[in-house]
Design a protein around this ligand. Structure first.
Ligand SMILES: CC(C)(COP(=O)(O)OP(=O)(O)OC[C@H]1O[C@@H](n2cnc3c(N)ncnc32)[C@H](O)[C@@H]1OP(=O)(O)O)[C@@H](O)C(=O)NCCC(=O)NCCSC(=O)/C(=C/c1ccccc1)CC(=O)O
Length: 256
């Protein structure tokens, strides 16, 4: 169906699988992706997701420009529809790792920007090229790229459509890690399993505090963060975490 999904332990692996088209998002893939994100969000056994692309060339090059068609529904109906494939619209507090194995362009980079960790292969290239094809990085790119990296670099990318490579992406902080192509998925797995081993309610609260707090005045964000700490204070998992520490054993978290 163009997007593969598997669950291993508490980790979901999502692979955009149209390598011949650089994993561009055709209408079928968009529908499937929306279903998958709903599963990740609602399945309590999933604690973290890894998003990647099939093949060695591309993570995702955005909208499939050969298959895109104007939808039957009007824009307003689409705008208010549940189940959008792009993550920030979904109050998705489970972490998502973008495992960027090649080109991340247009909507592909925008999806990566909506993820929490971004790691890439040495071969990766990044760009918001929408202005070159008479469109706009309107999913989140115009807002999230300048928040993720220095404004001058973001504006250069947005206005020229130029690509940057993995070394530049690391230098400006667009990604946290660069790995050889054959080691990238292993690195993603390592991070995913570390996150999945932490207390799931704490992980979601940490993401929510960081994501929502970023857009609040600092004192409001600190208050919000303190309230989130408060709802974690009486959880069974917090007791388990403290007890396991004292007993020098690994904690067994249950998300309650
Ligand atoms: C990535 C490239 C630079 C790679 O170039 P290369 O020469 O290595 O390979 P190609 O021969 O070009 O590609 C191989 C094969 O894949 C097809 N391909 C690649 N990307 C796409 C695509 N996005 N859509 C359809 N098909 C694609 C290519 O045609 C080849 O097929 P073949 O000839 O073998 O049959 C280079 O491929 C490249 O520059 N690709 C385009 C990247 C791009 O411009 N992406 C932006 C798309 S617009 C977008 O993402 C939007 C998102 C959005 C915003 C707001 C709201 C919703 C969505 C904008 C929008 O939808 O309006």
């Amino acid at each position: 169906m163009g997007v593969d999904f598997k669950q291993e332990g508490n980790v979901a692996y999502i692979t955009l699988n149209r390598p011949d088209a650089m994993n561009a998002l055709d209408p079928e893939a968009l529908v499937r992706l929306a279903e998958i994100w709903a599963e990740v969000k609602n399945n309590p056994d999933i604690r973290v997701a890894v998003l990647t692309g099939a093949g060695e060339k591309a993570f995702c090059t955005g909208t499939d420009m050969k298959k895109a068609k104007v939808p039957d529904e009007c824009m307003a109906a689409l705008y208010y529809k549940e189940g959008q494939p792009i993550i920030p619209h979904m109050k998705m507090w489970k972490p998502i790792i973008a495992c960027i194995n090649g080109f991340a362009i247009g909507g592909g980079l925008e999806m990566a920007l909506a993820c929490d960790l971004r790691i890439c292969s040495t071969t990766a290239k990044f760009g918001l090229t929408e202005t070159k094809v008479a469109s706009l990085a309107g999913l989140n790119g115009t807002q999230c790229l300048p928040r993720a990296i220095p404004q001058a670099v973001a504006m250069k990318m947005l206005l020229t459509g130029e690509l940057i490579d993995s070394a530049e992406a690391l230098r400006v902080g667009l990604v946290s890690d660069v790995a050889e192509p054959d080691q990238l998925m292993e690195l993603a797995r390592k991070y995913a399993e570390k996150i999945a081993g932490n207390a799931p309610l704490s992980v979601m609260a940490a993401k929510q505090a960081a994501v929502m707090g970023r857009d609040m005045p600092l004192q409001h964000a600190i208050d919000f963060s303190y309230l989130l700490w408060g709802i974690l204070r009486d959880t069974e998992d917090r007791k388990e975490g403290f007890t396991a520490f004292a007993e020098k054993r690994a904690p067994q978290y249950r998300g309650r």
